[in-house]
Write a protein that binds this ligand. Structure first.
Ligand code: 13P
Ligand code: SF4
Length: 352
């Protein structure tokens, strides 16, 4: 049975490669680092959410086929040219963290911060959010950020003396604020309904009470167990982990940051990694000269909704001129406002 599955998978991958060839560069397959290895292998580009957004804004391809979750495809569609299409093989590839904020509750929180402090806080919204929240962010003069550039962008607004409404990941917000030397007194938690506590008048960063259920599974005890087993281990984790886990680790970085750190580490290194397991699995296979161990094995089921089979279905549909049902679109007004927020992110990150 296993052999039959392997053969089917190989046939599917082969058909994908043949179709890709026939498109002669008109279709760009972009994959996030959490995608399964066979998808990474057929992709033209692989990256973290920042890299995927930048690539989408620069690609000459007619079509970007996004192998990742829906907010990644939406971001590509926001940045794409009007004549470019962004296709997503399965629209149910969501993100529970992105579901933890709505535009209406964000508006309520921003108004409450103004009423409490007399200041207009700037929204700083994680890429892991839906297009309408990105649009809200752009309409209020704010920026998007990713795990790779959150520190630079938060620092940019703090040094301009602005208060920040950071949405929707409180853990990325806390870990970033801590890395900039902020203390608990500088931070305040805003509920998912947009309620701002009355004792937060002096806070500088207002943190939305959202989180990634996958990264929330990592605990300080797991870190202590791993360190007991491998006393010389260098542990890197994703900044969506809780601050106690980040505090016990050697570094926190985006998926791309971790991939680079692993590549740079000398042969024989013992490296622990705390993020989605498909990424770690691929790092283990790609770096046989290093000992790479997972902090734990957790999977993102949304990322897993993209498969070689549904990629092939989309490519066939595009070839036959009937891929509209896979096309990701964003309302025109939302697209204009969200593009401002994504462009602000790219400009601050690249220093332009
Ligand atoms: P990266 O931008 O680090 O790839 O993270 C995306 C993500 O969804 C992590 O859960
Ligand atoms: Fe969303 Fe977490 Fe999955 Fe990333 S790993 S896509 S934040 S649920």
């Amino acid at each position: 049975m296993e052999n039959i599955n392997k053969k089917t998978n190989a046939e599917v991958l082969d058909q994908i490669l043949q179709l890709k060839k026939s498109f002669a560069g008109r279709v760009l397959i972009a994959a996030h680092h959490y995608q399964q290895e066979s998808i990474v292998n057929i992709a033209d580009v692989v990256g973290d959410s920042y890299r995927l957004a930048v690539i989408a804004s620069q690609s000459d391809a007619e079509v970007i086929l996004m192998c990742g979750v829906r907010f990644m495809a939406e971001s590509a569609a926001i940045l794409a040219r009007p004549d470019q299409k962004v296709l997503l093989p399965d629209f149910s590839a969501g993100c529970p963290m992105a579901d933890m904020t709505t535009r209406a509750s964000a508006e309520k929180a921003l108004a409450s911060i103004k009423a409490l402090t007399g200041e207009n806080a700037v929204p700083l919204t994680y890429m892991n959010s839906w297009a309408d929240l990105k649009a809200f962010t752009g309409s209020k003069g704010g920026s998007i950020c990713t795990s790779g550039n959150a520190k630079k962008i938060m620092s940019h607004y703090l040094s301009a003396g602005r208060k920040i409404l950071f949405m929707p990941d409180k853990n990325l917000g806390i870990n970033t604020a801590r890395s900039l030397g902020l203390t608990e007194n500088d931070m305040c938690l805003v509920s998912q309904d947009g309620l701002v506590p009355a004792d937060c008048k002096n806070a500088r960063v207002f943190l939305w009470d959202g989180y990634c259920p996958v990264h929330l599974e990592f605990t300080p005890d797991q870190v202590l167990d791993l360190r007991a087993k491998y006393p010389d281990i260098t542990l890197m984790v994703h900044p969506e982990c809780v601050e106690e886990v980040v505090g016990l680790s050697n570094s926190a970085a985006s998926t791309e940051g971790m991939a680079n750190e692993i590549a740079r580490s000398p042969s024989g290194s013992v490296l622990g990694v705390g993020t989605e397991y498909r990424f770690i699995e691929r790092m283990i296979r790609g770096n046989p000269d290093k000992t790479i161990v997972p902090l734990e094995k957790f999977y993102c089921s949304d990322m897993d909704r993209i498969t070689p089979e549904n990629i092939l279905t989309v490519l066939k549909a595009y070839k036959e001129g009937c891929a509209d049902s896979y096309c990701v679109s964003v309302k025109e007004q939302d697209q204009n406002d969200a593009r401002k927020a994504l462009s602000a992110m790219i400009a601050i990150t690249e220093g332009v």
